[in-house]
Write a protein that binds this ligand. Structure first.
Ligand code: SF4
Ligand code: SF4
Length: 417
């Protein structure tokens, strides 16, 4: 298994993501423990040592199932990661009881890596809000040795990522002044020591992963990757794109192309794969046994394939259109979401759209057409926004999902009381 140094630990480049564990009867909260154990055993035998879960995964059951699987191994032999759910809508945020619950659910005394889950446009203010003291609480847990490395995951736009990194740097400066001994425990001059982002060769441009990587590189923050296969979509490409990759004269699968492309990015330390079957574990582990970087020509082919996978409109985010909009709609941002939805829909889209101010959403476009006259790409903006609004209407709402998750967590607590 390929490994690399990550914040002083020697970590396998392939990480085991516990967000799509095998389930029973199609119920995501009923995890097949025996099948999970089998997959964890195979991954560990192949050299995987980084395991990632989160409070809401599998209706709160992922932390329990992964904890049970790993409890069969010495605690020092694996790195365990989980996340604080400040991105979920709630009336109050109190990290202490959730953190204690997570330690208990996972059956451990410490987490090796701990993340503030999903910083994005709506959740960032929760994490920055002094009333909740979320960052301060987790700095204290690091001081107490219950977290070895503190970081965050981000589904927000590049500017939101930068804003949160600035917050982490300010917090570090305050800590250094107040408690230099604790500040010295951090890897750099930021209380956020690492960051997890969605990255794959399609999202390099589609979700601005290239810009986010550059920001993190500049800040000296190592990266953990999620969705390397975009929820499995890049594992089974449409015929046209599969044929193009097949014509390159290698016998690499679509999965291997994706992973090898990611392995070529030096700041990417761990590539998480949410594996659901033993055969996925086997294939992924095989790919990560040897370094075989893609050539420049192969990387170029993959970028061409990414372009051909994209649908939607050719917005370049020049923003010539925005000043003319009477509704002050962030047109390039909504068109980027529109393009994203041509390839796939996910709850992160609904979550991001909930963060758009009321009055400036896709459905608030009054179809005046003023923007179109400014667009050098000739995009029919009102038409795209209307289609986006119609698609969003059919998607589950983030607020509903948060409510369901809160109910599942309450039931779980009741059952274990
Ligand atoms: S058509 Fe819609 S997006 Fe374009 S300027 Fe008018 S209100 Fe704004
Ligand atoms: S003017 Fe056209 S290309 Fe430029 S941001 Fe607006 S929609 Fe996109």
């Amino acid at each position: 298994m390929l490994t690399n140094g990550f914040l002083g630990d020697e970590v396998a480049r392939l990480g085991f993501g516990a967000m799509r564990l095998p389930i029973i009867d199609g119920d995501t909260s009923k995890i097949d423990q025996a099948a999970t154990d089998e997959m964890v055993d195979a991954a560990i035998a192949a050299g995987v040592n980084y395991f990632d879960t989160a409070y809401p995964y599998h209706g709160g059951m992922s932390e329990i199932a992964l904890g049970r699987s790993l409890a069969r191994y010495p605690r020092e032999s694996f790195y365990l990661t989980t996340k604080y759910p400040g991105h979920q809508m709630a009336d109050i945020y109190d990290p202490a009881p959730i953190f204690e619950e997570q330690l208990s659910k996972c059956g451990v005394d410490w987490f090796d890596f701990y993340l503030l889950h999903n910083i994005y446009e709506a959740s960032i203010d929760v994490y920055l809000d002094g009333r909740w003291g979320i960052a301060d609480y987790f700095v204290e847990q690091k001081k107490a040795g219950r977290i070895r490395h503190l970081g965050f995951s981000c589904h927000g736009r590049p500017e939101t990522l930068s804003r949160f990194l600035d917050f982490g740097a300010r917090k570090y400066a305050e800590l250094k002044e107040r408690d230099p001994e604790t500040a010295a425990l951090f890897a750099g001059e930021n209380i956020m020591e690492f960051c997890q982002i969605q990255m794959n060769y399609l999202d390099w441009t589609l979700q601005d992963a290239a810009a986010k990587t550059a920001i993190l590189e500049d800040a000296g923050i190592p990266i953990v990757v999620i969705e390397p296969l975009r929820g499995g979509k890049l594992a089974s490409l449409p015929k046209e794109q599969a044929t193009r990759l097949g014509s390159a004269g290698t016998n690499m699968s679509a999965v291997e192309w994706s992973f090898r492309w990611l392995m070529g990015i030096p700041t990417v330390k761990v590539i998480l794969s949410g594996m659901s079957t033993p055969s996925q574990v086997e294939e992924n582990c095989r790919i990560f046994q040897e370094a075989a970087p893609l050539s420049e020509e192969q990387k170029g082919l993959l970028m061409d394939v990414a372009e051909s996978l994209k649908g939607g409109v050719p917005c370049t985010a020049c923003r010539y259109c925005t000043d003319s909009c009477p509704q002050q709609i962030n047109i390039p941002m909504l068109l980027s979401t529109y393009n994203d939805m041509q390839f796939d829909t996910s709850f992160t889209i609904s979550m991001q759209m909930d963060a758009v101010p009321v009055g400036q959403r896709a459905q608030d476009c009054i179809q005046c057409g003023a923007c179109m006259r400014m667009c050098p790409q000739g995009i029919n903006i009102p038409d795209a926004l209307e289609k986006l609004a119609r698609s969003l209407e059919k998607m589950p709402k983030w607020a509903d999902l948060c409510r369901e998750r809160a109910e599942a967590a309450a039931k779980l607590k009741e059952a274990s009381a």
